[in-house]
Design a protein around this ligand. Structure first.
Ligand code: 6PG
Length: 253
């Protein structure tokens, strides 16, 4: 039985700070329980201020970065110094401002090309977590307006990958390749945390939470951690269309 928690914050700044606090707390709890924490971070624009908050003087000291391993939920096929690179964004916002061992940073080597990068990333996951489907302590996910998450876009091939933990995925609407964790990996996490901000996401948030049964047309509806927790961190704009009476555990701040 998964637990679903929804937290709503007044604005993007409050949402970012609260999400950073939550990520730090999950990291510390995992280290206390198992000696290390393994997380997969999201790309895109929304999490930038979360990573900046996590690297702030007040928060970064609270995390034992020596025992935190950071992976990525997905990556675009661009060099690390490209503005579109998820790794490049996290490096600027987080890695450049904390003392984390280089060996604890596990990027997707986009320069190899999608298929080779997916193979190399899966091997790195296996080294860190063994040959079963990896179990992350936390996977931070964003949400696209049409319901994609990580790089699992509607009606794309990687949605149907059931064996591998990582997959190359061609995205017709973008006419580009991505590398992404697969549903098997996302749904094996101890916790999946969706981070969504902005009025432009209100409709898809409502669809995914209120209305939709699981469908390949809206990949975020397929995220259901089999033995973990699903948490939604939203700002008021993104939550504007939610029928809060449906969620007894919904908390507004
Ligand atoms: C990516 C992300 C993707 C992102 C959503 C939302 O690489 O783009 O992994 O899934 O989280 O597209 O992106 P924004 O936060 O920019 O709206």
């Amino acid at each position: 039985m998964i637990s679903l928690q929804i937290y709503i914050y007044p604005d993007y700044d409050a949402l970012s700070k609260a999400t950073a606090e939550h990520v730090a707390s999950v990291m510390n709890d995992a280290i206390t329980a198992r000696g290390k924490c393994i997380v997969a971070l999201s790309g895109g624009e929304t999490p930038k201020n979360v990573y900046a908050a996590l690297a702030s003087e007040s928060l970064k000291r609270r995390v034992d970065w020596e025992n935190v391993h950071i992976f990525f939920g997905d990556e675009r096929m661009v060099p690390a110094d490209d503005a579109q690179s998820n790794f490049g964004m996290v490096k600027r916002e987080l890695f450049s401002n904390i003392k984390i061992p280089q060996k604890n940073i596990h990027r997707i080597w986009a320069e190899l090309g999608a298929e080779e990068a997916a193979i190399a990333y899966e091997e790195e996951l296996q080294i860190e977590m063994g040959y079963e489907i990896p179990q992350f302590d936390l996977i931070l996910l964003g949400l696209g307006v049409e319901g994609h998450t990580a790089s699992l876009f509607p009606d794309t091939a990687a949605l149907h990958e059931t064996e591998r933990s990582v997959s190359a995925n061609f995205i017709p609407k973008l006419n580009s390749w991505r590398v992404t964790l697969t549903l098997a990996t996302l749904n094996n996490a101890r916790e999946v945390c969706f981070l969504v901000s902005g009025q432009n996401k209100a409709e898809i948030v409502q669809k995914v939470l209120d209305d939709e049964s699981p469908t390949f047309e809206i990949p975020a509806t397929l995220i259901s951690p089999i033995h973990g927790k699903k948490q939604w961190m939203l700002d008021a704009d993104a939550a504007a269309l939610l029928d809060s009476s449906k969620y007894p555990d919904l908390k507004k701040f």
